[in-house]
Ligand binder design. Structure first.
Ligand SMILES: Cc1cc2nc3c(=O)[nH]c(=O)nc-3n(C[C@H](O)[C@H](O)[C@H](O)COP(=O)(O)OP(=O)(O)OC[C@H]3O[C@@H](n4cnc5c(N)ncnc54)[C@H](O)[C@@H]3O)c2cc1C
Ligand SMILES: *[C@@H]1O[C@H](CO)[C@@H](O)[C@H](O)[C@H]1NC(C)=O
Ligand SMILES: *[C@@H]1O[C@H](CO)[C@@H](O)[C@H](O)[C@H]1NC(C)=O
Ligand SMILES: *[C@@H]1O[C@H](CO)[C@@H](O)[C@H](O)[C@H]1NC(C)=O
Ligand SMILES: *[C@@H]1O[C@H](CO)[C@@H](O)[C@H](O)[C@H]1NC(C)=O
Length: 602
């Protein structure tokens, strides 16, 4: 979200009290033999779960290497509503940009990734959900491993999540289904902590247009269809990131070391392993190199047991490629010696497409003035600082829902339905009571409501490739958005459905007119509008896809070990082959909880 420059300056100058301990100040504090049981690459969403669970029994020494800085003292990483000001283009962002998007008029746009403790969980918009049961059942079927089924994966929700009261203490009966949620897990989660002013209008529309937009009391039970209340990774009015929860707990233990500003540049082969009972011999990767930046000294560390790559959907494939694991021709072109020729590394990137549909609304009732006026944010910060309540204690949306194209939609005459199942969705609707249009600054005056329609079951696939053998150069990121007939059709119909939603009687005394190209009605005009407006919901997956053992393509096996290697696992969002019916932090936490349990069992 583009906050005004004045507001950004105010935010940048504000700090909160540092509280985190247990970090290693410098490489010189590492043990003399530079050896640990497990080395985790990336103190992000998944990496911190691994660090916590593997260190809990006290039997293992764990090193966590994080390229970024601490989240400690970064106000916007803790005051929920300020979170979107942390990206793009800040010291907490990798500052990536996508390649010119052929399906989007050749436009390029920022592709934020958190570069600080907590990774993306410290900068994301805090929507917290897990997806459709059918996402996991499809994963189990496609990988031939029933442990990925919804029935089995669900236990990790209860381990991960702790539902707590919302910041405003309102009665949440009828707004979620308690049985779907954990109450004793590690990460505090809550319902909206402050009304956005439009909440009642959204709920009224689900009653009035129940056939098309039915009310869903809770999307956390595997049944996502319908519109309802959001759950956020927020507790006590503060962001719950993997840093404030899993990592904070882990760092209290003597057997966890964490280094900041430590960017892993390469995995190092440590011999070959003969896999029982009949082979084959595969390269082992139980060592890696890291450094502070270009030209800085390089340190090599060793793992007795395993290296776990949790650098996320962009950097995990980047590290594999830099290490000689990837498509041979690509590596050769950059002078990198191929150790494992795997054409799937970095390929099949997929992402949810974000399309903001903006309306002008009655003046004075949106959150737009708060976002553009430093004089208004001051009192809100004071309130948050003293009581952890108010507008800053809340996330960016209070209501959202997952929806399907009609079953008689013409596209299904020529295309197979790409949803993960008949109860999974094609698109998502989110209601925000302010201007949000990534890359297009908020106008200096006016009030707006934004209905985001997001493409949830895209069939377009892109890639991450190295631009250079230099580990400090950004890779080429091409999500290749909206390049298929299905994706164009689904977004076009999502725009039409969103307009039907906004035409409900609850909006009559609020919405004044559509903004920009939203007034388009013909297929061609809506398609042009979609090409001109769409960007990302920031949910890349698929670049180190999990496939069945012995499959013809894929990067990891169902146990998340990198195919054809020993001592190396990937645990982050990049292993998902198909994007779930959810914002991706919840699924990432479940992957990490499941992987940690599996690692401890072997
Ligand atoms: C702006 C934004 C908003 C989002 N909003 C939501 C939302 O509302 N709800 C939701 O569910 N999801 C949201 N997401 C997506 C979600 O946060 C991610 O899918 C998820 O957190 C990814 O987790 P991960 O563990 O795969 O990677 P990350 O959390 O990105 O962790 C990777 C970590 O590895 C570190 N790293 C990378 N390379 C190296 C290296 N070479 N050496 C050492 N360390 C390295 C990174 O700095 C980072 O800390 C959002 C994402 C963004 C960027
Ligand atoms: C991203 O951009 C910001 C602002 O220009 C800068 O401070 C930061 O160092 C950049 N980060 C990276 C990883 O390039
Ligand atoms: C990408 O995924 C598809 C299945 O969705 C698969 O057929 C193809 O081989 C994959 N491509 C690569 C390069 O792995
Ligand atoms: C929050 O309050 C503390 C004192 O209680 C103060 O030191 C700090 O500067 C305040 N922070 C902000 C962001 O206002
Ligand atoms: C689909 O069915 C609905 C309801 O029966 C109908 O109104 C609509 O015209 C149909 N659409 C197509 C493309 O056949």
């Amino acid at each position: 979200m583009q906050f005004s420059t004045g507001l950004r300056a105010v935010l940048a100058s504000l700090l909160i009290v540092p509280a985190l301990g247990g970090l290693l100040a410098d490489v010189s504090n590492l043990p003399n033999d530079l050896t640990y049981d497990y080395i985790v690459v990336g103190a992000g969403t998944a990496g911190n779960v691994i660090a916590n669970r593997l260190s809990a029994n006290g039997n293992y020494e764990v090193l966590v290497l994080e390229a970024g800085v601490s989240d400690d003292g970064v106000l916007a990483a803790h005051a929920p509503f300020l979170g979107p000001s942390l990206t793009p283009g800040t010291p907490y962002d990798w500052n990536y940009t996508v390649a010119a998007q052929a399906g989007l008029d050749g436009r390029s746009f920022p592709y934020p990734r958190g570069k600080l403790l907590g990774g993306c969980s410290s900068v994301n918009y805090m929507v917290h959900q897990f997806g459709s049961s059918e996402d996991y059942d499809k994963l189990a079927k496609d990988t031939g491993d029933s442990s990925w089924s919804w029935k089995n994966i669900r236990q990790y929700i209860f381990k991960h999540e702790r539902i707590v009261a919302p910041a405003d203490g309102h009665n949440t009966v009828g707004q979620y289904t308690p049985a779907n949620h954990g109450t004793t897990g590690t990460l505090p989660v809550s319902l909206p902590g402050n009304s956005q002013g439009i909440d009642a209008r959204v709920i009224a529309t689900t009653k009035e247009q129940a056939a098309e937009f039915p009310f869903n009391q809770d999307m956390g039970g595997g049944d996502v269809l319908g519109v309802g209340w959001v759950q956020n990774s927020i507790g006590n009015g503060e962001r719950s990131s993997s840093s404030t929860t899993y990592l904070a707990e882990a760092l209290k233990r003597p057997n966890v070391d964490l280094l900041l500003n430590a960017q892993v540049t390469k995995l190092v082969q440590t011999g070959t392993t003969f896999l029982p009972p009949f082979g084959p011999s595969v390269p082992a990767f139980r060592s890696l190199q890291f450094s502070k930046g270009p030209g800085a000294p390089v340190t090599t560390v060793m793992a007795r047991k395993e290296i776990i790559l949790s650098a996320g959907s962009i950097n995990t494939p980047q590290i594999l490629l830099l290490s000689g694991i990837g498509p041979k021709a690509d590596l050769q072109a950059l002078g990198i010696k191929t150790i494992i020729d795997n054409p799937s590394v970095g390929r099949n990137l997929s992402d949810h497409v974000l399309l903001p549909n903006i309306y002008n609304v009655k003046s004075g009732e949106s959150l737009d003035n708060l976002l553009r006026d430093p004089a208004l944010i001051g009192p809100a910060i004071d309130q948050w600082n003293t009581t952890r309540t108010g507008v800053l204690a809340n996330g960016v949306t209070n209501n959202l829902g997952f929806l399907r194209l009609p079953s008689n939609a013409t596209i299904f005459k020529t295309q197979k339905d790409p949803a993960t199942g008949p109860k999974a969705s094609h698109w998502e609707l989110l209601a925000l009571n302010f201007w949000i249009n990534p890359g297009v600054p908020q106008p200096p005056a006016g009030d707006f409501v934004t209905f985001i329609s997001a493409l949830i079951s895209p069939t377009s696939r892109g890639f991450v490739k190295l631009a250079s053998a230099d580990p400090f150069k950004a890779p080429i990121i091409d999500p290749n958005m909206v390049t298929t007939e299905f994706d164009k059709f689904a977004l076009r119909e999502a725009v039409r459905a969103t307009k039907r939603f906004a035409a409900g009687s609850a909006w009559k005394d609020y919405i004044t007119s559509p903004w920009g190209g939203l007034s388009a009605t013909s297929d061609a005009d809506i398609d042009a509008y979609v090409r001109g407006q769409s960007t990302t919901v920031f949910h890349p997956i698929g670049t180190s896809s999990m496939t069945a053992k012995g499959a013809k393509y894929g990067v990891v096996d169902p146990d998340l070990k990198v195919k054809g290697t020993d001592g190396l696992r990937i645990v982050d969002a990049s292993i998902l082959p198909t994007i779930p019916n959810a914002h991706t932090q919840g699924p990432t936490y479940l992957i990490a909880e499941k992987a940690a349990a599996a690692i401890l069992n072997c």
